[in-house]
Design a protein around this ligand. Structure first.
Ligand SMILES: C[S@@+](CC[C@H](N)C(=O)[O-])C[C@H]1O[C@@H](n2cnc3c(N)ncnc32)[C@H](O)[C@@H]1O
Length: 744
């Protein structure tokens, strides 16, 4: 990467740049994002023969962006040719002066109306794009492919009245796997785009009526057009890779967007998925050109993990000549399309509950013995366990969560493996803080993220900012839990004891701190009343639903001979007992600071190199950052039942980890029954299901209701209420797992 010293250049370009810096906000972000895309393509292209790399900057002004790109790429080395097209001669002069000073001979300033620009006037159209003299006029006509790897329009589209013609022209100039990056002002109402499936997410797109009217009228005075049609036509004419809706806060919150697109034809979609491309169900039937918009649904048989409803949607878009949903144009195949406008997703208000996973993945592996022949389905939660399973290289992992933000968190971790060295990965997920998160996100991680996950993390970049808060593990539900634990320990005068407990060098030392300092303090009625009796707190902070509370209460009541009537006080006692039953064995039998990252993170708010989940180990990073190591993961933003019924063929699943999700249902609940039936249908012979329960005996294992067709027989194992159900000949009931032909 080359760094240029801005002060080294003549005053003309610099003065001009400074005037515009405030108004034309976000240009560095655009450059960071496109450079990440280009570098990833370059890495993948290295395997093939590389052709000439070309960048066309449309409406380039003084050439500011081309120089600024050197923060991210070595412009003279990376590009064989850069064409800056600019209408105004005086600006072209400034640009020429700039590049002359920099000594960048590969940059060509073309003083021309963008509507008339033709790459073939400067480049030969064969695959090698042999160099030709600039403005030689030796145009070779008629090449269809187009040859630009990158086309940028930075605040210029809004200045071009014939935007349809310009978008058409430059779309045709893109090489098959080239990208186009646009940044510009915009105004748009929710109604304009709300029924579209191909926008890559509408987060923050709506601009209110007053702002729409004000900004449009204001910019018209300068001949800048903010009508929605410009952006709409871009999105119609090309495929969307990433999109962002932002506000220029330093200048009255002017709305602007950043958009990264590619050619929209389906042959281009899925190229980006590298290895997955060969298995794409969207491959095109070879044959007549007229057939090129037809999907070959036969592909579904070979690739059943793409939900038919998503394939149907893709078909619908193609038949209407619309681009595919953005998920199809992304560089990684992980995230399955979902419609983020539905209430089932918006109910989570863009917030995850779990910033780390509570369930012990080493116990999971000891019980499940996941290996290369397994097809695994697991609830995503914070994604930590999914990553531990990935270390055992199963054939496929389906991570499922209805809460989109939980899946955004897993995607960020996957992108982290792909884009970051271990030290950055550790800072982000080990310490939960990174001072440069935002720039890592734009310049590295963005190339591996889906549009929605990228939007999400850009809007939540402060989560990792050490100056803004306490980091990742103080967000989500733990945002309530961790401060509450700190506050409570201070209240009962045991803050120091908690610290000592976490720093105890041996189990003996830890045990004595627990017995003599912590346990007596916890028996304070204040703690039991304030911390554990509030349903709201338990749900928000720890994700404990009402049904689970009821199970704990029932177990407590059944330990007395006399029947008990439920009361608030009774519930407090039950929870207190449950808490002590859980904590006692942990602090007396397990050295938390070295063996139990789950309790450690809850008390300390961070991991340490001695105490962390498996996925954070340097060896895990080394394995999972290998090219293709994560290709087998699919992330579904959906309910378990829908994924089991729609994405998995009968008998194809060998392992299902459904965490404590059965505790979310009251015994015999209709949805729970459906879920078990769907699991039964999807499981292979000898398939294994792992679930945990807060109840001493989970209702599912003893349920005898008529509604439940599947009569699971399970085995209870483990130290911490882990349950193991199904699997193995002995534990399969006649009506149980795997019913055979009738389900096929
Ligand atoms: C707001 S400036 C942005 C300049 C530069 N892209 C940047 O981000 O600093 C827009 C530029 O587009 C140029 N422009 C407008 N219409 C054009 C056209 N039809 N052909 C070429 N350039 C055009 C203008 O002259 C102006 O320099």
């Amino acid at each position: 990467m080359s760094q240029s010293d801005p002060s080294a250049h003549s005053p003309a370009p610099r003065q001009h740049d400074m005037k515009r810096e405030k108004l034309l906000k976000g240009r560095e972000d655009l450059l960071a994002i496109v450079s990440a895309q280009l570098l990833l393509r370059a890495e993948r292209d290295d395997l093939e023969t590389r052709k000439r790399r070309i960048w066309v900057d449309v409406g380039g002004g003084t050439g500011y962006n081309i120089e600024a790109m050197s923060k991210f790429l070595d412009v003279p080395k990376f590009f064989d040719a850069v064409y800056m097209v600019e209408l105004v001669p005086s600006l072209c002069e400034i640009a020429r002066e700039r590049f002359c000073e920099l000594g960048w001979t590969n940059v060509h300033v073309i003083c021309q109306d963008a509507r008339a620009f033709r790459l073939e006037d400067y480049e030969l159209p064969d695959s090698g794009y042999a160099s030709s003299p600039v403005n030689s006029g030796q145009a070779q006509r008629g090449h269809e492919e187009g040859g630009a790897d990158l086309i940028t329009l930075s605040y210029s589209l809004s200045m071009i009245p014939d935007f349809h013609a310009v978008i058409d022209r430059f779309s045709n100039l893109l090489s098959p796997h080239g990208i186009i990056g646009v940044i510009d002002f915009y105004v748009q109402s929710e109604a304009d785009a709300s029924d579209r499936t191909y926008t890559g997410g509408l987060f923050g797109r709506h601009v209110n009526y007053l702002s729409r009217t004000l900004w449009r009228a204001w910019f018209e005075l300068d001949w800048v057009g903010l009508e929605p049609a410009r952006r709409d036509y871009l999105e119609y004419r090309l495929g969307t890779i990433l999109t962002l809706n932002l506000r220029n806060k330093s200048l009255g919150s002017i709305p602007y967007y950043i958009w990264i697109g590619c050619r929209k034809d389906p042959t281009v979609a899925w190229f980006h998925h590298g290895a997955a491309a060969a298995q794409s169900p969207l491959w095109i039937r070879k044959g007549k050109q007229n057939d090129s918009n037809k999907l070959n649904l036969e592909g579904r048989r070979g690739q059943p993990d793409i939900p038919p409803k998503v394939l149907e949607l893709a078909l619908h878009n193609l038949s209407a000549n619309l681009p595919l949903p953005a998920a199809f144009y992304q560089n990684q195949p992980w995230r399955v399309y979902y419609d983020d406008r539905l209430e089932r997703y918006t109910q989570f208000s863009d917030e995850y509950i779990y910033s780390f996973t509570w369930e012990d993945s080493e116990v999971d592996q000891a019980l499940l013995n996941i290996g290369p022949d397994d097809t695994v389905l697991a609830i995503t939660s914070a994604g930590d366990n999914v990553l531990s399973y990935a270390l055992h290289s199963p054939a496929k992992i389906h991570a499922v969560d209805l809460n989109p933000a939980q899946n955004h968190l897993l995607e960020l971790k996957l992108a982290g493996y792909m884009a970051l060295p271990y030290s950055d990965f550790w800072q982000l997920f080990g310490e939960g803080k990174h001072p440069d998160f935002r720039s890592l996100l734009t310049s590295r991680l963005s190339a591996h993220l889906s549009s929605r996950a990228f939007q999400y993390w850009l809007h939540h970049a402060n989560v990792f900012n050490p100056a803004a808060g306490r980091g990742l593990y103080d967000t989500g539900g733990s945002r309530h839990a961790l401060p509450a634990i700190r506050w409570a320990s201070r209240l009962v005068g045991r803050r120091k004891a908690v610290k000592q407990l976490l720093e105890a060098p041996t189990l003996e030392k830890q045990r004595s701190i627990w017995i003599f300092k912590m346990r007596p303090a916890l028996s304070s009625t204040l703690i039991s009343h304030m911390l554990v009796q509030s349903e709201g707190f338990l749900w928000k902070a720890l994700g404990v639903p009402k049904t689970q509370l009821a199970m704990i209460e029932e177990d407590y009541a059944s330990s007395f001979e006399e029947p008990m009537f439920s009361s608030k006080r009774q519930r407090g006692n039950a929870l207190y007992q449950y808490m002590m039953d859980t904590l006692e064995p942990v602090f007396t039998h397990c050295h938390v600071a070295s063996e139990n990252p789950y309790y450690f993170i809850s008390l300390a708010g961070t991991y340490t190199p001695q105490c962390h989940p498996e996925y954070l180990a340097p060896q895990a990073h080394e394995k999972l950052s290998q090219r293709g190591a994560l290709d087998k993961i699919r992330i579904h933003t959906d309910s378990l039942v829908d994924v089991l019924e729609e994405s998995l063929s009968p008998g194809s699943l060998t392992v299902a980890v459904i965490m404590d999700s059965m505790d979310w249902f009251a015994p015999g609940d209709e949805t729970a029954v459906k879920q078990v039936e769907a699991l039964n249908r999807a499981l292979a012979m000898n398939g294994r299901v792992l679930f945990r329960s807060a109840a001493r005996v989970p209702w599912l294992l003893i349920w005898k209701g008529d509604e439940l067709e599947v009569d699971l027989m399970g085995r209870m194992v483990g130290r911490r209420h882990e349950m193991f159900a199904g699997g193995g000949e002995k534990s399969v009931s006649p009506k149980g797992i795997r019913l055979g032909e009738e389900n096929a």
